[in-house]
Ligand binder design. Structure first.
Ligand SMILES: Cc1cc2nc3c(=O)[nH]c(=O)nc-3n(C[C@H](O)[C@H](O)[C@H](O)COP(=O)(O)O)c2cc1C
Length: 389
């Protein structure tokens, strides 16, 4: 087979174009864009194998042992987002991507097999910038509403995935009750020792080292997790997070009411936004969650392209999902009460249908840029041969 990197002056027939082998460096670049996807606490729960004209995406089920990652939902969403980025980049490269989800069945680590063929001319080129610029923005946003046309575009792109849909609420009057739902879910989060310790484990409190020329030299341990400054909590927030590192301190602080700082900050950030969205699925399976992940990345990139910022608000959907999938035993009765109250408010204000399973809530709006981004593992660290994975 011919390689697309070679410049043949001969005019090719459509079939000849499709039969070209795809250069390894093109597939590598597609993987690099996959790696730019969001993941819960930036754990990057994925691996990739490059084959002839194909890439296999694997989930790393050991990457995220957080209480949030119930039945791998957070990691499957992340894999769906990585898959979407790769499909987007195929378009940019003039390739046609054929995706097979869970080729060996759910429960296996092979999430997707993507086969590429030359399709002719590059498409959707502006998406490349959106994938690279997309990030989680935890700053306060402008309260001006997001254009209804943009929401409708996001609704349409979400429902392209079977069994997946987007609900949204951009009206100002509804922000306070929705802020209350985020506050309640965050109250449950900050009261749990396991979640507190997990957050403190994935945060990097040290500054990123710089070389003599002032360039960042990113150590491997910074390539997953989040730098403290990525929380965009300001000087006081940074001091608060540093002083609450130990659970024993947080426990005492909670006794004196200082544990409310994070839930209040979360609630405030909902009020200070241009709208709230919620991605739901109609049935629960690993396949539908990966599909939801694809839809989420499309929504996120679409917002980025339109100049809007996004922050996931995962606590309510993921904790509620845990109660549905695993029962209530892992929660205190007072926490269950808070989650039910939060869910009831969300049901009402987002018109969540009774058969919907919410998986990803977010706020969006105009915002200043984040001042500290997260990093990614090196591509070589995430490449495996199919037998290794
Ligand atoms: C399933 C999932 C859940 C997430 N939950 C939250 C969340 O509750 N709050 C938040 O601020 N960020 C959340 N994030 C954002 C991640 O922390 C973020 O994607 C990761 O740190 C990488 O940073 P980036 O998005 O800026 O590239 C979530 C991301 C995913 C994929």
């Amino acid at each position: 087979m011919e390689n697309i990197a070679s410049d043949s002056p001969v005019k090719k027939t459509e079939k000849a174009i499709r039969d070209q082998a795809i250069a390894n460096d093109v597939l590598l670049e597609i993987v690099r864009f996959g790696i730019m996807a969001p993941s819960g606490d930036n754990v990057q729960p994925w691996r990739f194998a490059i084959g002839e004209d194909c890439i296999t995406l694997f989930i790393n089920r050991g990457a995220d042992d957080s209480f949030f990652n119930v039945q791998q939902v957070a990691s499957l969403i992340a894999c769906g987002a990585a898959l979407q980025n790769m499909v987007y980049m195929a378009e940019v490269k003039g390739l046609e991507a054929t995706v097979e989800l869970f080729p060996y069945g759910e429960g296996r680590d092979e999430v997707a097999h993507i086969h590429f063929a030359m399709s002719g001319k590059p498409q959707n080129e502006s998406i490349e910038k959106a994938i690279l610029n997309r990030c989680t923005n935890r700053r306060m946003f402008s309260t001006s509403q997001i254009d209804k046309g943009i929401w409708e575009k996001m609704v349409a792109t979400t429902s392209q995935e079977a069994d997946t849909f987007l609900l949204y609420n951009e009206e100002k009057a509804w922000r306070r009750p929705l802020a209350h739902t985020v506050y309640l879910a965050d109250m449950v989060r900050v009261a749990r020792q396991d979640l507190h310790e997990y957050l403190m484990k994935i945060l990097h409190f040290k500054a990123i080292p710089k070389d003599k020329r002032g360039q960042e030299v990113v150590p491997d341990e910074f390539r997953t997790g989040m730098p403290l400054k990525n929380l965009q909590a300001g000087l006081m927030g940074d001091i608060y997070m540093r002083s609450m590192r130990k659970w024993s301190v947080m426990r005492v602080a909670r006794y004196f009411g200082a544990g409310l700082a994070m839930p209040l900050f979360g609630a405030m950030s909902v009020v200070m936004s241009g709208g709230i969205g919620l991605v739901c699925v109609r049935s629960f399976s690993e396949t539908t969650i990966v599909r939801a992940g694809r839809a989420i990345e499309r929504v996120w990139c679409e917002l980025e392209r339109e100049g809007y910022a996004l922050q996931p608000l995962a606590a309510l959907p993921l904790l509620t999902l845990r109660t549905h999938l695993e029962g209530e035993a892992a929660f205190k009765p007072s926490d269950i009460k808070k989650l039910k109250k939060a869910k009831a408010i969300a049901d009402h204000h987002l018109h969540i249908p009774a058969d919907a399973i919410p998986v990803f809530m977010f706020r969006a709006g105009r915002s200043a840029q984040v001042t500290q981004r997260t990093y990614r593992q090196r591509t070589a660290q995430l490449l495996v041969s199919s037998e290794e994975a």
